[in-house]
Design a protein around this ligand. Structure first.
Ligand code: 17E
Ligand code: FE2
Length: 428
């Protein structure tokens, strides 16, 4: 057999080839081939030893090779604005919405694009190659949306971005907002969002969910609703989303984000709801960094964690992924884009410290995120697009515990970034 020439060869990889499988292998990535005008590089071979040469050959030395991280929930339009025009002193969701309301009066295309791309670069360098971002569409100019749709195009050679039309001020909060949602759909958003707990009345909230499902059918889009992001145990829009998902047969295309009130529901109701949810194939997104800081603010002690029931949903086999939600914005002034920070916070806040539970938290920022985003070609297998990351870690537990450095990011077959782990030298 003649030895092949590849674009890239990775030797001695500890490959996470599936959520429950690792193997030590070589991975070869094909030279680019052009089909229908797009250049693609796919995974050509995975084997215990691959004969061949390559333009770039990396000895991975038995470190972990994983599919890229998936950031399933972030607001890129507000990223990197913390303190503008003022700091969120109460730390509540509602003060955040007020501050953002003032900041968004001064948005320009360049302002949003520059911050969004800077954030995506931070994320990509840390192994994130798939991102779902909300874009606030409650401003008449739709500046945030136009900018993020342009960014989606600008980054598509190295990162896949989905954009959600997110009505921050409510679909019925102002008479123009319904038209703005429809405008956003016509402009080509990937996903329809909503915020039923922030509509003026419970009835408006319920109606907003029905309207979102109507639009999703009419325009053939995914759904991702900010749902019950409040500690109010009476905030029960999740059951409406679940019922609509069942009736429209759309479960796997629908996501309920945050659902923090689920952490406050009484157990009798929560257990009934869990049963319903199992019939829906709905996706859930928890944002543990921000949920633990924004929620519980009206409590004294005991103080609620304000995070949805991640462990119980996972135990029921329901798809849960994790997001950052914010990086340096009016709701959360911290954040670096590192998905291992998010997974680590989930381990703590959701008390998922069992070995299988820690692995599950890693899966929530990889495979589960891909499922939430309805990505078709995710994972590392022969014939798939060559997207993968090399971590300075021996397994998922090690990666989360040490927030391991992502040493190499390979996007669409090309080496996108290299990062060296910090090195300590003891001075005798
Ligand atoms: N807007 C909202 O309603 N909820 C959030 N968590 C953020 C923005 C970040
Ligand atoms: Fe959010």
């Amino acid at each position: 057999m003649t030895s092949q020439n590849y674009e890239l060869l990775l030797r001695r990889c500890k490959l996470l080839s599936a959520p429950d499988r690792t193997e030590i292998v070589d991975i070869a990535i094909s030279a680019p081939c052009t089909a229908n005008g797009t250049v693609s590089r796919t995974i050509a071979a995975i084997a215990s030893h691959i004969d061949g040469t390559a333009a770039i050959e990396l000895d991975v030395q038995n470190q972990l090779v994983s599919p890229p991280f998936v950031e399933s929930h972030i607001h890129l339009d507000s990223a990197l604005t913390a303190g503008e025009p003022r700091w969120n002193e109460s730390g509540t969701l509602f003060e955040g919405i007020e501050i953002w309301h003032d900041r968004k009066q001064t948005l320009s295309l360049e302002d949003v694009k520059q911050r969004a791309i800077a954030t995506l670069k931070q994320q990509a360098a840390q192994g994130v190659l798939f991102v779902r971002s909300h874009a606030d569409v409650s401003e008449a100019s739709l500046t945030a949306l136009v900018a993020l749709l342009e960014v989606r195009e600008d980054v598509k050679d190295w990162l896949t971005l989905q954009v959600v039309a997110f009505p921050q001020d409510g679909i019925y909060g102002s008479p123009k907002n319904q038209d703005l949602m429809e405008e956003a759909l016509k402009m080509g958003v990937d996903v329809i969002g909503g915020i039923p707990h922030y509509e003026l009345t419970r009835e408006d909230g319920v109606n907003s969910v029905h309207q979102i499902f109507k639009w999703a059918e009419q325009y053939d889009r995914l759904i991702d609703i900010h749902c019950d992001e409040i500690d109010d145990d009476q905030s029960r829009f999740l059951e409406v989303v679940a019922a609509c998902a069942i009736r429209h047969g759309m479960g796997s295309r629908v996501t309920a984000s945050h659902t923090t009130a689920f952490g406050s529901y009484n157990n009798a109701y929560a257990f009934k709801l869990l049963g319903f949810l199992q019939r829906t194939q709905l996706n859930f997104i928890a944002n543990p960094l921000i949920n633990i800081t924004l929620q519980g603010r009206t409590d004294t002690y005991p103080k609620r964690r304000g995070v949805t029931r991640v462990k119980e949903l996972w135990q029921q086999g329901i798809n849960v992924s994790l997001g950052h939600d914010c990086i340096q914005d009016p709701w959360y002034s911290l954040g670096t884009g590192n998905m291992l920070d998010v997974a680590s916070m989930a381990v703590h806040v959701c008390q998922m410290t069992g070995m299988a539970e820690i692995d599950a938290c890693y899966n929530m920022v990889t495979w589960n995120g891909a499922k939430t985003l309805n990505l078709e070609e995710y994972g590392i297998a022969v014939g798939k697009p060559a997207n993968l990351i090399v971590l300075d870690a021996c397994d998922r537990y090690d990666a989360i515990r040490r927030r391991a450095t992502v040493r190499h990011v390979i996007s669409q077959g090309k080496l996108l970034t290299k990062t060296s782990p910090a090195e300590v030298t003891w001075q005798e």
